[in-house]
Design a binder for this molecule. Sequence first.
Ligand code: GTP
Ligand code: MG
Length: 202
Amino acid sequence: MKIHNVKLLAVAAEPHQYPEEMRPEVAFVGRSNVGKSSLINTLINRKALARVSQNPGKTRTINFYEIESKIYFVDLPGYGYAKAPKDEIARWGPMIEKYLYNREQLKVIVQLIDIRHPPSKLDLQMVQWLRHYDVRIIFALTKMDKINRSQIPKHTKIIREALGAGSDDILIPFSSETKQGKEELLEVIEKIVFGEGEHHND
Ligand code: GTP
Ligand code: MG
């Protein structure tokens, strides 16, 4: 999938603000600062359409990006950001949950985990919750440029085991700095969303 046309279609806090069209959706989840907005910018070839910050808690709404008029990428606020004002923390949980809980057109979730560290308790809770609701998950292991190349298999294995990932679970080391993992992630997303057998001209 070559991505040229992208627009920020909707910024939502409540379900009535979600787009109404039944386009397939891919949502990106993970703790604050793990690199969700950066990863989306990388996939869509834009430097800063999704707002990025070195301070956690940057994305505070559910942002729908329309890709090539056929699919939506959904940037969610991160979890686990303890310094946010309490009323915001209280709002984010339900905001994310409401979205994930009953979104029929949600085809796959990309769960981001920092490749440098084993998944946190909150990461594991999120994965458990998603598995419970039978949502298809792809794991993107972010910030791979921050560890030595030779360490990548070891870190991937530790994360795979901590997640209790099976042989058909997909883990993709990724970097928004170097763009490593970008093509593989796009291919996997495309396969899941549009099916194996479909052919595209692009
Ligand atoms: P919230 O919106 O707060 O949930 O955070 P987020 O998950 O969207 O993270 P964001 O994309 O804003 O990135 C957080 C910080 O990590 C920024 O300073 C990014 O530049 C940095 N970052 C993200 N991805 C990478 C990466 O692959 N490599 C490196 N070195 N830095 C990264
Ligand atoms: Mg963000």
